[in-house]
Design a binder for this molecule. Structure first.
Ligand code: TXA
Ligand code: MG
Length: 318
């Protein structure tokens, strides 16, 4: 099993040796490798069982550190990076040849992000190379938000998990790409559309998953629990063999008339950000085999609620 610890020097040593290490970020834990080392990048795809047509995000520690990897940072993107980085924002920019086609799955553009978690920022500053890192979960499963989640699923495949505690935001970063006349949102995530729009000098346009230019990894089926999950369904609408032993995944309040022990509240304080923080942990807990199905409800469609609803919709599509 992987060693779990808080030593930046140990993580740095493994990564410098070409190994893969799980790293904490404010969104979810990442499975990192030297982005400039083909073998380390190849192993990321192998460990996750991820298809090579789904490109990786490259993580760096500052705006200056991005420059060697991209040929241009357009004005709106630069401004957004200045406002929201470090943070849950990923920007897609034209790549320089030093970033291999393996990292970008052959695309001319590379996704770049500056994560906020202190340990990982310090690690990135200590390393002479950037880190390619997808979420540290097997392909299509729920993303990990604690070191223990990573240990359960990938612990036998990596030497070290850098433990930064539970992730603060809890859902993956928002991915954007700037075009001449608009800013395209390729994935909803931990930075809300409202916050983006307030600081974007161009109109913000949300791309649906299968539109041209959407992230190659925006598969409908994603974030999927093994236990069937239904969004806004009634128990009586479920297949007969799934009608007993239900788990109810609720936003802030239980439903009347259902035993409380089968109801699970994402945010008892009623805050959408709390629901986002707890979402993946709770989905994992409900996916332990105890329940025949999960009945989830949508969150208010505002702020991070949009990103949580997006994840729940994909968890249902299987
Ligand atoms: O919050 C996050 O973004 C986390 C943490 C670890 O940073 N990372 C993450 O990575 O969620 P991953 O690989 O699970 O999701 C990255 C998404 C995929 O859907 C991928 O298709 C898309 O980003 N992506 C990566 N490079 C891209 C590119 N050059 N153009 C468009 N989409 C890209
Ligand atoms: Mg992922």
């Amino acid at each position: 099993m992987a060693q779990i610890g808080t030593h930046i020097s140990t993580a740095a040593k493994h990564l410098s040796d070409g190994q893969n290490v799980a790293i904490p970020t404010e969104t979810v834990y990442g499975l990192a490798g030297n982005a400039l080392d083909q073998d380390a990048v190849l192993r990321i795809f192998a460990i996750k069982n991820r298809p090579k047509f789904d490109p990786l995000i490259v993580h760096t520690h500052s705006l200056e550190a991005i420059a060697p990897f991209v040929s241009e940072i357009p004005e709106t993107t630069r401004h957004l990076l200045e406002v929201f980085s470090p943070g849950p924002l990923t920007v897609v920019l034209p790549k320089k040849p030093i970033i291999s086609d393996l990292v970008t799955s052959g695309l001319s553009h590379v996704a770049v992000r500056i994560p906020q978690t202190h340990l990982t920022l310090a690690l990135l500053k200590a390393l002479p190379f950037p880190l390619a890192a997808p979420s540290a979960n097997p392909f299509t499963y729920v993303s990990p938000t604690t070191a223990a989640h990573v240990q359960q699923q990938l612990g036998d495949k990596i030497p070290y998990i850098l433990d930064g505690g539970p992730c603060d935001v809890g859902i993956e970063s928002t991915i954007v790409r700037e075009y001449a006349d608009h800013l395209a949102v390729l994935r909803l995530g931990g930075l809300s559309l409202e916050d983006l729009a307030a600081h974007s000098q161009k109109p913000v346009k949300l791309l649906s998953a299968h539109e041209d230019g959407a992230s190659p990894g925006s598969f409908k089926k994603h974030y999927a629990t093994k236990t069937p999950l239904y969004l806004n369904w009634q128990a009586t609408e479920l297949p007969a063999d799934q009608q007993t032993n239900l788990a109810y995944l609720r936003f802030a309040k239980p439903i009347e008339g259902i035993p409380l022990e089968s109801q699970f509240i994402l945010a008892s304080d009623g805050q959408i950000s709390t629901a986002a923080r707890n979402l993946f942990s709770l989905l994992r807990a409900l996916d332990s085999g105890t329940f025949s199905a999960i009945l989830a409800e949508t969150l208010p469609n505002e702020g991070l609620g949009k990103a949580v609803n997006d994840r729940l919709m994909r968890a249902m599509d299987k």
